[in-house]
Write a new protein. Structure first.
Length: 693
């Protein structure tokens, strides 16, 4: 069971380019429930297919998973599995197809992988040799050869480096790219894929961390052939992703397996309890009466209708009731803790009353206690409304192949538009404390405008730059150590590129923004789009929050060239020959001249003995390689990593606004406050943690 506040594995970000119906979208996900809505044919199911395909190709659980998923997407033929069909993958045959999914892991999962370097190394080597699902004995000869020993050593070291990084940044990029022009299909980070596959493969066949529930659910009727043990294991594995339709065909196998392996006394308790939960919480008005083998020797699941006391066999329930009962039995019995479930139209055949309760049920029974993440597509206005009103559900509005917007209470017009297309309407709601020292005047102004209740209760004051803040902390904590009574005081750092080592004391509390600076919380697409559609503020209005998000992301990524150039240049360690203040501390011209000549010689010695042309080629090569590395990090975390101050300044210059730059920042803060945007809530949470800790 997942305890409250414990980190869970989940897909935290999806980036898709030129895949089927989608052109270029990027979206962050909630660890709990994510609901994708939009018109028919826009590409909602394509998002699920992209996540499913990236996992199948980069981290397969079974030997045929990749081929079977490609076949299900009409991207390959069962008769010619080695041939890929462009129409099944690429929207534009002249452009590269790219799918990037970022998985955030738990500390337990990272530790489990770190203690299993040897089997993961063997899995990676086997995959490279095309033997990843072969008998391990087939690897022996290669692994014992000099080449095999060297390969294993190199892979093990790469894994150790990965696990060291995961302890501070617990994310794995699991993705693929496909070049239609050449037919080259590759995994973006093979080691990440093998690690994710290991987490899945260590589970018994009856469980998976990843499972796809298609819209086309062929529900079983009547008796089916049962097989248990070894012959059934392969089907157990394949039902999760490679052949998801098998889930429903083998439901009675699942029930029998659970009765044999998990039950107590009569062997039915665990399955019966799961059914009871589903019927009590969701399909109200019925209860499970019995699970048994009837007089005809057939498996019978009997339900009782509470109002009439009538007994009804599960097979005889309405398709909607049977769909929900059997679907969530599969979730309960086959999806591992911290699992990820992809649902396509879970509301099929359901009445509105059940759809209205669906998200609350999923959140309470599976997502929060078991750590299950749900990513679903839906046309149900009841599910859409439930996602909007629940802070732990993300509502994602896919409007076009390039425009996906995370709908919040701030985005009233977008939410209303999504509901109108479904034939319904909308509503909304609201939220909530000595001396707070911050690093700059922008921080002061932002907190005063965005959080007037804090401004009334606390004095918010600029202590200048970072060094001044650190100096203040040292002085106050020194007084505290000496026994002097110190009034409660709260200090907030920018993150920049430096993690503070300073700790809070009883009276002096320390907070560091989780993003680079306060400006990094001021560039949410929901808030900026609210501003940029206002004709009183801008000459060129922008209606779509998705379009605003794309613009902000583009400006952020323009920073990479300067960051990369500075980082690569500094890595050379060139010394500075310029005159410095300390050089003049010596007495006499001769001593000064000696010091300066030593500096000049040292600086010259630090320069490479190659031609400028050769150095430029080398420099550009290093920049290109480093830029590719940084893009992997920025794809999912650019809002945290970019220079927010520069981004907002660049955005202001690019837009034709009718306000000064300082006033533009004020409008952002005021709009965040008025709309209680998601970023506003994040900042408020950090402030509350600081004040209440």
């Amino acid at each position: 069971m997942v305890t409250k506040g414990r980190r869970r594995m989940y897909v935290s970000h999806i980036g898709i380019k030129n895949f089927r119906a989608l052109s270029d979208i990027n979206v962050d996900l909630s660890p709990h429930i994510n609901v994708i809505v939009g018109p028919n044919g826009v590409g909602k199911t394509t998002i699920l297919q992209a996540v499913r395909l990236a996992k199948a190709l980069a981290a397969p659980r079974t030997q045929n998973e990749a081929a079977q998923v490609l076949i299900s997407l009409s991207a390959a033929s069962p008769h010619f599995p080695q041939r890929l069909f462009l129409d099944g993958l690429a929207r534009d045959h002249s452009q590269i197809v790219e799918i990037r999914t970022t998985y955030t892991l738990t500390a337990e999962e990272i530790a489990g992988c770190e203690s299993s370097i040897l089997p993961i190394t063997q899995n990676f080597v086997a995959a490279r040799l095309g033997l990843n699902f072969a008998n391990p004995a087939q690897l022996l000869q290669f692994m014992q050869s000099p080449e095999g020993v060297e390969t294993s050593k190199r892979v093990s070291e790469d894994l150790r480096n990965l696990f060291r990084r995961l302890k501070t940044d617990p994310t794995l990029l699991v993705g693929i790219s496909f070049q239609p022009a050449t037919g080259e299909l590759r995994v973006i980070d093979p080691i990440a894929g093998v690690v994710l596959a290991f987490l899945d493969q260590r589970l018994p066949p009856s469980q998976s961390i990843f499972s796809y529930f298609p819209a086309d659910r062929a529900l079983p009727v009547g008796e089916t052939n049962l097989q248990l043990g070894g012959p059934d294991a392969q089907q157990q594995l394949e039902m999760h992703n490679s052949q998801p339709q098998l889930k429903y065909q083998r439901l009675k196998n699942l029930i029998i397996n659970a009765m044999v392996l998990e039950g107590t006394e009569d062997g039915t308790n665990t399955v019966k309890q799961e059914f009871e939960t589903i019927f009590t919480e969701l399909l109200k008005g019925r209860r499970i009466e019995s699970i048994r083998v009837n007089d005809l020797g057939l498996l019978s699941v009997m339900t009782r209708e509470l109002t009439t006391e009538r007994l009804i066999e599960l097979d005889s329930l309405s398709s909607g009731e049977k769909n929900i009962a059997l679907t969530f039995l599969i979730v309960a019995k086959s999806l591992a803790p911290h699992g990820i479930a992809l649902f396509d139209e879970p509301e099929l055949h359901l009445n509105p009353a059940v759809s209205r309760d669906l998200l609350t049920f999923m959140l309470r029974q599976y997502s929060k206690p078991r750590g299950v993440q749900f990513l679903m597509c839906s046309h149900s206005p009841e599910i859409l409304s439930g996602a909007f009103s629940n802070d732990e559900c993300a509502l994602l509005h896919l409007k076009s192949p390039t425009d996906i917007t995370r709908v919040s209470k701030a985005a009233r017009h977008e939410y209303a538009e999504a509901l109108n297309r479904l034939g319904t309407s909308v509503s909304e709601s609201l939220l909530y404390q000595g001396t707070i020292l911050v690093e700059g005047t922008t921080d002061v102004r932002f907190l005063e405008i965005a959080f007037p209740d804090y401004a009334r209760r606390f004095k918010i004051k600029d202590r200048g730059g970072r060094r001044e803040v650190e100096k203040t902390i040292s002085e106050l904590q020194s007084l505290e150590i000496q026994g002097q009574k110190v009034a409660p005081i709260y200090l907030i750092f920018d993150r920049d590129e430096e993690i503070t080592t300073l700790k809070s004391s009883n009276a002096v509390r320390v907070l560091q923004w989780k993003r680079r600076s306060i400006e990094n919380y001021m560039m949410g697409a929901d808030v900026l789009s609210e501003i940029l559609r206002n004709e009183d503020l801008t000459k060129n209005t922008i209606e779509s929050a998705g379009e605003v998000n794309n613009l902000v992301r583009e400006i952020a990524f323009e920073q990479l060239d300067a960051i990369v150039a500075r980082e690569v240049y500094n890595s050379y360690g060139f010394q500075n020959s310029s005159l410095q203040k300390d050089d003049l501390a010596e007495s006499g011209s001769d001593a000064i001249a000696t010091k300066l000549s030593e500096r000049w010689v040292a600086a010259r010695a630090s320069m490479p003995e190659i031609s400028p042309v050769e150095w430029k080629i080398e420099f550009l090569h290093k920049c290109s390689r480093r830029r590719d590395e940084l893009r992997l990090q920025w794809d999912a975390k650019w809002r945290e990593l970019c220079d927010g101050k520069k981004l907002l300044s660049d955005l202001y210059r690019r837009l034709q606004l009718k306000r000064s730059e300082a006033n533009f920042y004020d409008v952002i803060a005021r709009t965040m406050r008025d709309l209680e945007s998601e970023d506003w809530a994040i900042v408020r949470g950090q402030l509350e943690e600081l004040i209440q800790s």
